[in-house]
Design a protein around this ligand. Structure first.
Ligand SMILES: Nc1ncnc2c1ncn2[C@@H]1O[C@H](COP(=O)(O)OP(=O)(O)OP(=O)(O)O)[C@@H](O)[C@H]1O
Length: 237
């Protein structure tokens, strides 16, 4: 059984069906890319898995236990942690204070991934622990968002569009950070619209369209899939 097993996951907002029977598995030690056009259900998938939204149906098994519908803080305590499209931090507090709070709300019974100073160095914020989060430039706020998620000692990290708004050099630095995580035993699920980033760091991709999984496989398999090409490029199936 995979670390995360999702079966028949459904989420409806009134008449809008955002997830329509999604099956998906994610392993520790792998980077799984989740792609699809705007509105295909990617963020809703993360919200439901991480407990920010209750599913309308289906099963989510994490490390062998059913977690569908549990509140977000209980899911985070079990090592399943998500980041948001907007980097989340307490803007009036320092970087170090933010890290401390994140670690206090993190997974129970899991050793820290690394010491706070090493964590800051790992995400490219060495020596910036005393800076006030809200005064940092956008790229550094993104790094801080990842540092805060890692401070919560995740076993599986759900990254929602971490490269949005980053320039090319910031995106390659981000790719280095992310690719360093599976070797430390973490699993990563990565949503992003940057196909170059996704194809370069993910071994496996899942493609959503209108709340259903339309393809799954290696980047090469998926990007040559006729249905995926149709969705992205409008080519006939
Ligand atoms: N809170 C909500 N209330 C009503 N409808 C919602 C809500 N959240 C999402 N939806 C709808 O669910 C569908 C899936 O949205 P979602 O944000 O999950 O897509 P996405 O693939 O993450 O899109 P994007 O790439 O633009 O971030 C869309 O039709 C969206 O309008």
């Amino acid at each position: 059984m995979s670390a995360l097993e999702i079966r028949g996951l459904r989420k409806a907002f009134g008449g809008v069906v955002a997830l329509d029977g999604v099956d998906l598995s994610a392993e520790l030690g792998e980077i799984l890319g989740i792609v699809g056009p705007n509105g295909s259900g990617k963020t809703t998938l993360f919200n439901v898995v991480a407990g920010a939204l209750k599913p309308s149906g289906g099963r989510i098994t994490w490390l062998g236990q059913e977690i569908a519908g549990l509140p977000a803080h209980r899911i985070a305590r079990q090592g399943l942690v998500r980041t948001y499209q907007q980097a989340m931090s307490f803007p009036d507090l320092s970087v170090n204070e933010n890290i401390k709070i994140a670690s206090e709300h993190g997974a129970e019974g899991v050793a820290p991934l690394m010491a706070p100073d090493d964590l800051l160095a790992f995400v490219g914020l060495a020596g910036r622990g005393d800076e006030i989060a809200g005064s940092m430039p956008f790229g550094n706020l993104r790094r801080l968002g990842i540092a805060l998620a890692l401070a919560a000692r995740p076993k599986l990290l759900l990254l929602d569009e971490p490269a949005a708004g980053l320039n090319d050099s910031e995106t390659s630095q981000l790719a280095e950070i992310i690719t360093g995580l599976p070797g430390r035993g973490l699993g990563i699920c990565l949503i992003d619209h940057d196909m170059n980033l996704i194809a370069s760091i993910c071994r496996r991709l899942v493609v959503l369209d209108f709340g259903t999984k339309i393809a799954e496989g290696t980047p090469a398999e998926v990007l040559n899939d006729r249905r995926v090409m149709e969705v992205y490029l409008g080519a006939p199936a």
